[in-house]
Design a protein around this ligand. Sequence first.
Ligand code: ATP
Ligand code: MG
Length: 425
Amino acid sequence: MGDKKAMKCHVEVAVLKKNVDLQKIQSFVERFVTSGVKLKSNAIIQKPDGLEDCVEFIQFDDNIKYFKSLNETQLVYHFYKINERGAEIEILEQSDSNESNDEVPASNHWLLPSRDFTGLWESLIYEEGLKENILKYVETSLLFSQRKVNPNIISCNRIILLHGPPGTGKTSLCKAVAQKLSIRMSQNFKYTHLVEINSHSLFSKWFSESGKLVMKLFSRIREIVEHPQSLVCVLIDEVESIAYARSSVSGDEPRDALRVVNAVLTQLDQIRKYPNVLILTTSNLTATIDCAFIDRADIKIFIDFPTTRAIYEIYLSAIHELMRVQIIQNQSILVYDSLDNFERIDDISDCTEHELSMKLLKIAEQSIGLSGRTLRKIPFLAHSLLVENDVIVLNDFLNALKLSLQNHLKDTKALSTGTQVNGYL
Ligand SMILES: Nc1ncnc2c1ncn2[C@@H]1O[C@H](COP(=O)(O)OP(=O)(O)OP(=O)(O)O)[C@@H](O)[C@H]1O
Ligand SMILES: [Mg+2]
């Protein structure tokens, strides 16, 4: 077998300055992983001892939980510096027939890895493997295009579509994937850009000078794309608005809208031919999306509502965050994967780690069908029920969480049947 190691584990090091002693960091990591501490997936070391002046944090990927020895695991290092600058907003101006100027925010542009997206990847919780599989797919497609694999033999457009119900994290996941790529592929690309095209505002306007405006937007993108050391991720959110603009054409004026759409499609078709472009799209429509552009997508991934496991972990992350800032008293509670080792109990009265975990599991089960966006709001509502308390213990918080969930479900039902309950949300 030679010296081939069985498993790879990515180690991402956020450095604070340019010239750091890589050897010193690597030996720190090796000492750390072989010290016998059991690491969870996505484990993170903040301000590592002795490296405080040069490293902000070190993060391991999922495989770290299977780590046994350095002989069996290859540590793959990625050193990167976080970009502190936020998004640059590209405003397009258009004058209509009444000579008034309309300003349309056409796109947001980040240089990655950006501070805006640190921690985003870890905060998104799906069934095991979903995020990693998307990343592997994207890495493969970029490798194919860099090695110039003949697209007539293996078709690969580097277009990906995430579709599913509202609030399931599609837009966030696209941004997180782009951020991850900028860290993992820094050997191949010196710079990574994320350009978020605001299709909604672009297509909801009836442009009179549509062609020109779109050209302006894309000429900026093309400037970056022509730099071969730059990876350019183009995010088209709510791509169904393209399809919508196409189908709603009737009468004279809307022809302009159609012109915008066609101009965008043509431009996208041109830039996707570049090997350093990746197009990420999202859509809320779960039915088939009738859009010329989407038909070209290589991979279409359905992002569903979170499973019980994901819900449990989303609530748990909120609880840990509130413990970190000392709003809830520190108390231990199990991660989902450890629950299997215990027997289920339904009559919960005491406050042991096991019983608290079972209580959270029940709340998670009752939350099935809610989106990630809603789940992230429930802990906030729960706390508002407890603001009077000076000290919040976990058991009280879980009771409040349950109550907030019930209120939310009641209100949603009332909204859908048209009855007013108590104006909770
Ligand atoms: N599976 C998840 N795990 C953790 N957080 C989630 C998850 N799904 C959604 N969220 C949270 O919900 C919020 C909304 O996510 P986002 O806007 O990316 O969803 P979306 O699918 O693009 O929604 P829409 O379809 O309305 O555009 C984000 O703050 C995100 O952190
Ligand atoms: Mg979205």
